[in-house]
Design a binder for this molecule. Structure first.
Ligand SMILES: [Zn+2]
Length: 359
């Protein structure tokens, strides 16, 4: 059931706060009748009659959503002229908050409290972009409790100046914005980010200039987790071992020289290290001594799939990260004397040794 804070009465927009109990309130989106709900302990709001379907799909609004929208209206106030529940008939969407800025593109604020599928986020985001509107996805309580991982990143992570790849949350109790920023993955597949609490829009614009903390990779812990995953036959790890097996290698024997403190866009599934191991194992198992760029690309993409990599998120793709990873791996293998570049191709010079291999 779509609910709202603003309804039409005789052609004028009326805020539910301060609205009188009258007949004749109309939904600004579908022009059907709506009713004022006004209790002593809840935020007042308008709602459709239960059997009516609105043309705009809105959240079945919770108190959190209603309160949060009003707080966000204040938060974004310094940025321009803000209003609640802007209806965009062209794309059949309703922005929770709307910021008009002089000489700049408008901003839509989506305060997301209820569950939503990736396809819906994508559809709504593209809808706004089509109109030249920048949508801020700001997440409610249910999301703030979730562990940082692909599910959140795929739908909501966006790049903001001064914050890198980040996720935005709104806490209605603290009346503050939480930003999980500079999100990345280490080579062992762990997700990282830092959290800041923002009081106002100036702090959001300022960004965070603190240097990133030093990355510590717990290799032994990673290895024992991998061993346990193999024992319990975790499908994601078995898939990797299945590719390595015909090359004569074992996932627990990944050579130390493949280790890297490089961090990546968080698209690498089980991590950059296993991706590097997969590419290298298959590369040196090829029945040829000369490797072409095309062959290399096939291994890069194939291994990305095997390692559970993610090609596309709502706000970004993995293309650039994958290109960088390919470049670094090849540079390392050349530097270590396993490969030699010849024109556009690579010559295999010697076979790398994996841990525990004596021959
Ligand atoms: Zn409606």
């Amino acid at each position: 059931m779509t609910t709202m804070l603003m309804a039409l009465l005789k052609g004028k927009l009326i805020d539910a706060v301060g609205a009188k109990r009258l007949q004749g309130y109309i939904c600004p989106a579908c022009q059907q009748r709506v009713i004022l709900h006004h209790g002593t302990r809840v935020q007042p709001y308008f709602a459709h009659c239960s059997k009516e379907v609105c043309t705009i799909i809105g959240e079945g609004e919770t108190q959190q959503h209603l309160i949060g929208k009003r707080q966000l209206l204040i938060f974004f106030d310094a940025w321009g002229t803000v209003s609640l529940e802007r209806i965009l008939p062209d794309i059949q969407q309703r922005a929770d908050c709307w910021v008009e800025r002089d000489g700049k593109n408008p901003i839509a604020v989506e305060f997301q409290c209820s569950p939503i599928m990736t396809g819906q986020v994508l559809g709504r985001t593209r809808g706004y972009q089509k109109l030249g509107v920048y949508p801020f996805w700001i997440l409610g309580e249910r999301y703030s409790k979730q562990k940082l991982g692909w599910s959140l990143i795929e739908r909501f992570a966006t790049r903001l100046r001064g914050w890198g790849l980040c996720l935005l949350f709104w806490d209605i109790q603290r009346q503050r914005m939480r930003i999980d920023h500079h999100l990345y993955q280490d080579a062992l597949g762990n997700y990282h980010g830092r959290t800041a609490w923002l009081l106002n829009i100036e702090e959001l614009v300022a960004g965070n200039q603190l240097p990133l903390p030093k990355l510590v990779l717990d290799y032994p812990k990673w290895r024992s987790r991998l061993a346990r995953d193999l024992q319990t036959k975790r499908p994601a790890v078995l898939a990797i071992q299945e590719v390595l097996y015909p090359t004569g290698h074992h996932v627990l024997d990944v050579p130390n020289f493949l280790m890297t403190t490089t961090v990546t866009l968080p698209v690498f599934g089980q991590g950059l290290l296993l991706w590097r191991a997969l590419v290298m194992a298959q590369l040196f198992a090829l029945p040829v001594l000369r490797i072409t760029g095309a062959t290399m690309n096939v291994l890069v993409v194939k291994s990305f799939k095997t390692v559970g990599g993610h090609q596309q998120a709502v706000w970004f793709s993995a293309d650039e990260a994958l290109l960088k990873a390919r470049y670094r791996l090849l540079a390392d293998l050349v530097a270590l004397g396993y490969l030699r570049p010849i024109g556009e191709n690579w010559q295999i010079c010697r076979q790398p040794k994996w841990v525990g291999e004596t021959k």
